[in-house]
Design a protein around this ligand. Structure first.
Ligand SMILES: Cc1cc2nc3c(=O)[nH]c(=O)nc-3n(C[C@H](O)[C@H](O)[C@H](O)COP(=O)(O)OP(=O)(O)OC[C@H]3O[C@@H](n4cnc5c(N)ncnc54)[C@H](O)[C@@H]3O)c2cc1C
Length: 411
């Protein structure tokens, strides 16, 4: 590409950073204009009273193929969670995990084998199938909702108490109306690599990608107001000339900047973070509550990554998908359910922060192609998790795809 060509990427979330990475590797000079004060977009970590609080509980699946293509996992100091879950049932808590996790797991699985052996077999079959098949095969074929997929494979009891709260937490969709094809792809990554957080917070991932770009590539505090034929207008009034533009914002903003793009619908979530003196659970195990009205998932994050809490304290997260509880009305109910879930008194737990997030994940209904076009026309491209799967994997891969489309046009 001639050195005079000016390429602008709008947005330094994972998609924009992945696009800039690919373009830079191809020798293209890129400016990344980012509205916020730091790169990362929806992957951000706040520092509050010695705690690391991710802006909404989220996890990295180390088996994501695009993550592995871009980053050596060892660079992030990943801290894994238990491969399994603590599940609330009417008779109490049950640990569903491999027997090597101790007597609790042996008892939990043995009880499940005794009560619903078909479900144990179905779970093993699902996991072996999704891990063995190539990702491309899982993304093809007919599609329906996750609810239909799970009901076709498992008993109603297992769906309600185990799978619904788990899947609701992953897709932020308690009604399970998400595409079953997406479910199989994400399940595959869980089976192959489990879930983890970087020891210094989720933001380490976008920061690592930004730090690898040539110095000065990411320009923060630059909000784009609109696109002209050969330029980009900033809200500051400044105009930046551009031969090619990659719109790497969230889907709603992308639709405002590019009339060709349909705005996505969104799933919401609220995460509450608590400071506790003693961890209510000794392992980094996701605790799920499918018995109450709120499909809560909770985890003692500092049991996975002790660096998430200052010495002598523990950090508990609780998330309820599907609602962005800005008024804080839900918190007392969540605290009450956490007391039941962990069989402990939660009245003294210190609420550190609440993150109500209205636009957390784009909705992906059944039948939606898992890869949507990233080339709008010559010189204009779009990426972000609304173009691919709503996930870290989807954002990263969409960025590479948009960069490749640009390079194919302009090189
Ligand atoms: C609470 C929560 C939990 C999640 N959990 C998981 C999980 O466990 N696993 C998983 O894989 N994924 C999870 N995700 C999804 C994942 O974080 C996103 O899919 C991904 O980060 C999206 O990246 P993106 O680059 O497409 O968009 P964004 O992160 O939204 O980036 C867009 C960027 O564009 C910037 N921007 C917007 N408008 C403008 C403008 N006008 N001018 C300049 N810049 C602009 C924004 O500031 C932002 O930096 C979760 C998301 C949330 C919010």
């Amino acid at each position: 590409m001639p050195a005079t060509k000016q390429v602008i990427v709008i947005g330094a979330g994972l998609a924009g950073l992945a696009a800039a990475t690919r373009l830079t590797q191809a020798g293209v000079d890129v400016r990344v204009l980012e509205r916020a004060g730091k790169p990362g977009g929806r992957v951000a970590t706040d520092h509050v009273e010695g705690f690391r609080l991710d802006r909404g509980f989220q996890v990295l699946l180390p088996a994501y193929p695009e993550f592995r293509r871009l980053v050596r996992p060892a660079r992030l100091g990943l801290r894994g969670f238990t491969r399994g879950a603590l599940v609330r049932e009417d008779g109490g808590m049950r640990l569903l995990a491999g027997p090597w996790h101790g007597p609790g797991a042996v008892r939990g699985v043995a009880r499940m084998v005794g009560q619903r052996p078909g479900d144990v077999f179905a779970l093993a079959r699902l996991s072996v199938r999704d891990a063995a098949l190539p990702a491309s095969a899982l993304g093809r074929g007919g599609d329906h909702t996750v609810a239909e997929e799970l009901r076709g494979r498992f008993s109603a009891e297992t769906v309600e108490t185990v799978l619904r709260p788990f899947v609701a937490g992953v897709f932020l969709d308690p009604d399970l109306m998400t595409s079953a094809r997406l479910f199989h792809l994400i399940w595959r990554s869980f089976v192959l690599g489990g879930a983890a957080v970087p020891e210094l917070g989720m933001q380490t991932l976008p920061q690592l990608l930004a730090d690898r770009l040539p110095p000065g590539t990411v320009e923060t505090g630059q909000e784009v107001a609109g696109l002209g034929d050969h330029d980009v207008r900033l809200t500051s009034g400044e105009t930046v000339s551009a031969d090619a533009v990659v719109v790497a914002t969230d889907g709603t903003t992308a639709a405002r900047l590019l009339p060709e793009i349909e705005p996505p619908a969104w799933h919401a979530v609220t995460t509450w973070y608590y400071r506790v003196a003693r961890p209510p659970c000794s392992a980094p195990t996701l605790a799920l509550d499918g018995t109450g009205a709120l499909p809560i998932n909770s985890l003692v994050l500092s049991q996975a990554a002790p660096t998430y809490a200052p010495p002598g304290a523990s950090l508990v997260q609780a998330s309820v998908p599907g609602v962005a509880d800005s008024a804080g009305d839900l918190e007392p109910r969540v605290r009450e359910r956490l007391a039941v879930l962990y069989a402990t008194d939660t009245r003294g737990w210190d609420l550190l922060a609440t993150y109500p997030i209205e636009h957390a994940l784009p909705v992906l209904p059944p039948g939606t192609p898992l890869r949507r076009p990233v080339r709008v026309r010559r010189g204009r491209y779009v990426c972000g998790d609304h173009r691919d799967t709503p996930s870290i994997q989807g954002a990263l891969v969409s960025g590479r795809r948009a960069a490749q489309a640009l390079l194919a046009d302009l090189l």
